[in-house]
Every structure is written in C-alpha cells, then in structure tokens.
Design a protein around this ligand. Sequence first.
Ligand SMILES: Nc1nc2c(ncn2[C@@H]2O[C@H](COP(=O)(O)OP(=O)(O)OP(=O)(O)O)[C@@H](O)[C@H]2O)c(=O)[nH]1
Ligand SMILES: [Mg+2]
Length: 208
Amino acid sequence: MSDAGEAARKLFAGPCDFVWGIQRVGDALPPAKLPEVAFVGRSNVGKSSLLNALTGRKTLARVSQTPGATRQINFFDLSHKLMLADLPGYGFAKVSKSEAAAWQEMIFDYLRGRSSLCRALLLIDARRGPGDSDRQVLTLLNQAAVSTLVVLTKLDEVAEKDRAAALTGTQDEARRHTVALEQIIATSAKNGHGIATLREHLFGLTAH
Ligand SMILES: Nc1nc2c(ncn2[C@@H]2O[C@H](COP(=O)(O)OP(=O)(O)OP(=O)(O)O)[C@@H](O)[C@H]2O)c(=O)[nH]1
Ligand SMILES: [Mg+2]
C-alpha cells in the first residue's frame, strides 16, 4: 500500500464520534472548524452503509432496508481531521409531501450555506444510474459551487459484464455538471470494493 493509502487507512481506523444531528433549518450546526464531506443521495442508495464501511464500524450510522432511515443530518468527527455529514435521502415516496419538502429544504439549505463543506459525495446506485432527483441535486451543487465526487454504490449487485456501462453512463451525466470531478469511484459497502480508494480521496481533503 502507498504511504497515502496507509495514512488514509489509519485515519479511518481512528476514533470517529457522533457529534449531533440537526432536524430542521435553523438548528445549530457543529462549529465549521474541520473540512467537511457530505454524503448525498437518494433514499436507500447506501449513504449510511458507505459511512460505516469507510470507518469499519457496523453501527455508527443507522442503516435500514426501509428508505428514510436517516431523518436528520448527522455529523461525525473523524479524529478531529474531517467532519462527515450523513444526510437524509431524497426521492422517498412514502413520506408526506410537507415532510419531504421540509427535508429537502434542510438539505438544500445546508448544501448552500455550509462554509466548511469541501466535498459532496453524490451517491448513485450502480444498478439504476442517475435519476431526475440526482440531476436536480447536481444542479444545486453546481450553483452552490460544492466540488462533487460521484460515487457508485452497490457495485456487488451489478454483473461484471455490465459494470463498464454503469460507469460510463454515470460519467456522461457527471460531465454535464461543472462541479463534478472527472473521477468516479465505484464502491460496495458489502464486499469493500473501492473503499480504500475512497478513503484515500477523503484523506486528501484533510490538512496533513
Ligand atoms: N448489496 C448491497 N447492499 C447495500 C450496499 N450498501 C447499502 N446496501 C443496502 O441498502 C439498504 C439501504 O442502505 P442505507 O445505508 O440505509 O441507505 P441510505 O442511503 O443511508 O438510506 P436513507 O437513510 O433512507 O437515505 C440497506 O438494506 C443496505 O444493507 C452495498 O454496497 N451492496
Ligand atoms: Mg441513511
């Protein structure tokens, strides 16, 4: 493993503590003292699972088979080097319209206004590819100038022969948005694919 790879592994093996969560616009955010990374994506895409896989902890962030598991923005302090923000998902049909609107307002307000936010990870299910709601969020991230890394999730669910197509399809969409980085990382929280690569990417955002 490269030096950076080893340092990244160590960072994510270190302490990671839940700071607090916010439920609505206006709730106090943790101090904006650390570089911050937001996990953004449709409900059930695997945001909380990815956070757990990165930190090698099974139950740090709550995972559920039912969409809507994460109902607040939860902040995790990774060894005072990086703040990880696990967002509630969008596109979840089973909540009331007013509740969905309130969540969206909170997410958008956060993405637009958070000064320490240095990277959004936009998670896309490798089986589905980007949808309308993802395009909407990419447009918002573009407006807010939040540098965005597109991350494919659940790669283990895609047959080997279909993986290249899943990657290029998503890459084509990402290229339409200035804020999206050229690189895309395909991951599986289940078998660990791409996790070390993503750790190294995130390590690159910390002051070291
Ligand atoms: N096969 C497979 N399943 C996964 C993977 N990542 C997550 N899942 C499953 O997908 C479901 C949703 O995972 P979560 O991590 O709760 O998704 P989320 O994006 O945080 O969902 P919300 O909090 O509702 O927005 C769970 O049943 C997970 O076990 C993966 O890499 N592979
Ligand atoms: Mg979640």
